[in-house]
Write a protein of this length. Sequence first.
Length: 652
Amino acid sequence: MLKVMRESFQQWKWALIAIVAAVILGFVFIDTGMGGGAVGERAGDFAFAARVNGETITFNDYQRSLKNIEDMYRQMYGQQFTPEMAQQMGLQQQVLEGLVDQRLLVQEAARLRIEATPDEIRKRLLSIPIFMQDGKFVGMELYTRYVTGPLGYPSTAAFEEDLGREIALQKMESALQNSVLVSPKSAEAEYRRMNENASIRYVLLPASQQPAAAAVRPAEVEAHYRANQTKYSHGEQRQIRYLMADYARIRSQVVPGDEELRRRYEATKESYSQPASAYVQHILVKVDPGATPEVEAAMKAKADSLVQQIRGGADFATLARQHSEDPSSSPAGGVMGWIDMGQTVEPFERAIFSIPLNTVGEPIRSEEYGYHIVRVSERRQAAIRSFEEVRRELVERVSDDMARDVARTEINRINAVIRQNKPASADAFSALANDKVTSNDGGWVGRSDQIGGIGSNQPLSQWAFSAKQGDVTPEPVGTARGIAIAYMAGTRDAGIRPLEEVREQVEAEIRDEKGREAAREALAQMMAGASSIDQVAGKLGQEVRDATVNRQGGIAGIQGDASQVVEAAIAGNVGELKGPILVGEGAVAIQIIDQKKVTAEQLTESRVSMISTAREQQARNLRAVLLARLRNAARIELNDEITRPVSRPAGI
C-alpha cells in the first residue's frame, strides 16, 4: 500500500506533467537510475553530462531525466527500489547513453531536414491537458510556473525545444516504419514463429563423451582455417595497453581510522536524520473515485463492520487477508511495517501518528483510496542516527572516497612521469605499474568492440581510432573499474586474423565438430529399431528430458542453436521419433508428444496485424542500425564522473 499511497495527493495533481516529462525525456531510453538526490548534491562539480558532435547535454538535462523516471520507479516498486539496486542495474549510465542516442537522432533528423515547425510545437503544447483549462490555455504565468517548477526546466523556451525534439524524433520513427516493406509470406512466418509449439521428450548424447573429440592434426587445422576465413575476419583494429588505478584493488588497501570516521560523521550528521515513523497494520476497503452514494454507503458499512469484528475479538490479520484490497499488505495480514512521516496521504498519516497504540479507531476516509482501518503497535520519534548505528555505512563511504582520492593521486603522478618522458615501447609503458596501478592488455579491438578488462568506453575507443602507434591518451580516462591511461600498442587494417592468433579457437572448433559427428553416429546406432525415446535412452544410459519448444528461443538443457530440433518437433507427427539432430554440444533424439500448429484461417485473420507488427519490429531494427552508424561516426564525450557510484546512508 505504501508504494501506492506515497506522494499520492501531489501525484494526482501533477500526473499529466510527470507523464509528459517522462515521454519527452525518455523517448529513446526505457529506464533510468536512482540517485537523483546524490547526483544533485554534486551538481556543482559538473559543467556538462555529455557532448555529442559539439552539442552539450547539460548536467541539468541529465539530472531532470534521472529524477523523472526515478519517480516512476519509486511509484512502481516503493521501498524495494533502492540506490543499491539502481547502481547494480547501471541505470544512471543508461540514462546518459539514452540522452546521447536521443541527441544523435535529433541531429540526424536535422540533417535530413526532419524538424518540428513552430505551429507543430504550439499544437503539441496545447494538446497537453495540464496546460488547458475549460478548453483554453492556462496563461503564460501558470504555464511558466509549471514548466520551471515541477518539470525542472530553466525556461519555457527549453521546454518547447524538447517538445520540438520529441516531434522530430517521432517523425524519424514514422519515416523508418514507412520505409519498411513486409511481404505476406514473411508475416506468415512470423506468426508461425510466435504461435506454433510442440511438447517433446528428448535424449542428448554429449560430444564430450566421444573419444574422437581429442585428436586434431596440424593439417586439419590449416584446412579448417582456410575454409572458414570469414569467421576470423575483422575490421580495422587497435591494440591497447593501459595502466589502471583500480578502485576495488586500492579500496582493499584502504582502512579508514576511527578519527576520520568520526570527523566525517560530524560533518554529515544531518544526512543521517531519521523521520518519525509508525509500525502499521492496515485494512483497505476500496472506494473508487466517482463512486455512487449507494456504493459509498455500502463500503462505509463494510468498514464499520470490520472494525466492530476486530473490537469484538476477531483476528486483525485474518480479516486483512480476507477483506483488504491493499495488494501490498493483505498477504502479510495487513502488516505495512515502518511508515515514515511524509510518505502517505494526509488522513492516513494523521491517524497513524495520533491514535493510541494497539487500538483500532473508526475507519479513516481518504479521497484517493477509500476507507482505512489501522492499528499501530509502535512509534519512533524523529532522531539522528548515532555514530555506532551508521559506522558500517561510514566505513563504506569513507573507504570509497579515500580509494578514489588515492587512485587520482597515483594515476596523476604516473601521468606526469609520462608527460616528462614518453615511454619508448609498450613494455616500457607497462613497467610503470605498481601496487596501486596495474598493467593491462586490452587486446585487439574494433571501433565498437569492448576493450578487454574495461568493456565499452566511448571516449577511449574514439581516442584509439584517432591515435597513432606509440601515442598515449592526453589525459587519464574514467572507466567503471577506475582511472586509466592508455597506450596505442599497435594498429592494423581490416583483414583476417593470422592463424597463430586463432589457433586455439580453430583446434577447439575441430574437436567440437568431430565430437558432435561421433555423437551423431553413436546415437543413430542406438535409434535403429527403437520405437520410443525411452528405449533409446536405455541403450545409451542417458536421461530422458521433457521440454516445450517454440521458434522464439532455445530449449532448456540444450546449449547453442536448437533451431533444427524445433523444426523437427513442429514439422513431424505426434508420436514420431526424430533424429539424430546435431546441436551445439552433441546430438539429440526426440519424440513428439504434442503439437500446436496454426491453421489457414488463423493465418488469414492475423495477416494484417502481423504485417503491422513485423513493420514495427523491423523499424526498431533499422533504428538500432542507424544509431550504431551514428555512434561510430560521432564525436562523443561522456562525463563518466557523474554516474560513478555514490554511497549514501540507508533511508535517504
